[in-house]
Design a protein around this ligand. Structure first.
Ligand code: 48F
Length: 260
């Protein structure tokens, strides 16, 4: 009886570790390190990779998608305005018009965003948290990373570093990277020099402002998505996601102009 090739556990281990480490080593020097794989970070990654930038997302959780999975209060639908429909189409996300709004399935949306990011050549590292930034001559030059499991366990384990020409803070409401940068550099490029803090829900204003607020807040550090509104005292918006998508695209465009 031919049992075929024997499955070897150590071979499985070797191919997993060798291949994953190869990707990690190949990502030590990036054009762009994106912190956070929510909708804004995913969209930014795809357009940056399409523009030939070497880009990776570092996502704290096991899954990318951030606050998009749950739609509105776990009803798995998201709303976008007409100005972001083109992005849904560019990612192959189905939608339908309902009144003057456009609606899509939140689970399909995350799945297709993530799938297109991978196809574009951008890398996604999940289970990795960014805990600090690197700074040289008044410029952010990379991120300091550790396993999220180490963070959760509270283990005293030193982190590792990734260099990048640009960093995008796409960490959502907490604007974690801007917070850590502000602590280290003192002043960010905001009206008060500080993180201004998010305001209460106002979808219309927030949708518009999130694109305007997508910008460089310190040399080498861009902010996108809900983090941009948290940094610039703009309101939150709830489960309307066009602004998130447009913000990610804007961050990619601004950085691609600089990479030329
Ligand atoms: O929160 P999140 O989805 O950010 P976003 O792209 O989108 C915001 C919307 O989901 C929603 C909204 C829309 O109307 O208001 O809130 O701005 O995704 C942020 C991701 O960043 C990860 C976090 O786990 C989440 O998946 N993250 C946060 N801090 C870190 C991080 C960190 N220090 N290192 C790595 N990942």
């Amino acid at each position: 009886m031919n049992l075929g090739k024997m499955i070897s556990e150590t071979k499985i281990t070797r191919v997993i570790v060798e291949n994953a480490v190869k990707d990690f080593l190949d990502s030590l020097e990036l054009d762009v390190a994106i912190v956070g794989g929510g909708p804004s970070g995913l969209v930014a990654a795809r357009y940056l990779a399409d523009g030939k930038a070497k880009v990776a997302i570092f996502e704290r959780k096991l899954s990318v998608g951030g606050g998009m999975w749950g739609g509105g209060m776990l009803f798995p639908r998201i709303v976008v305005e007409e100005n972001a429909v083109q992005i849904l189409e560019e990612f192959g996300i189905k939608y339908k018009k309902d009144g003057d709004q456009f609606i899509a399935n939140s689970i399909e949306s995350v799945a297709k965003l993530a799938s297109m990011v991978i196809d574009s050549g951008a890398r996604i590292f999940n289970g990795i948290s960014v805990e600090d930034v690197m700074i040289r001559r008044d410029k952010i030059t990379g991120v300091v990373v550790n396993w999220t499991a180490v963070e959760i366990a509270g283990l005293h384990v030193d982190p590792l570093a990734i260099s990048s020409k640009f960093v995008i803070d796409a960490t959502g409401h907490d604007a974690e990277i801007c917070k850590v940068a502000q602590k280290k550099v003192g002043k960010l490029n905001t009206p008060s020099g500080q993180i201004e803090g998010e305001r209460s829900m106002w979808a219309e204003k927030s949708e518009r402002l999130v694109v305007e607020n997508t910008k460089e807040v310190y040399p080498g550090l861009f902010v996108a998505g809900m983090a941009a509104n948290a940094v610039f005292a703009a309101p939150r918006m709830g489960p309307i996601f066009g602004g998130m998508l447009l913000s990610g695209k804007r961050a990619a465009e601004l950085i691609l102009e600089r990479l030329i």
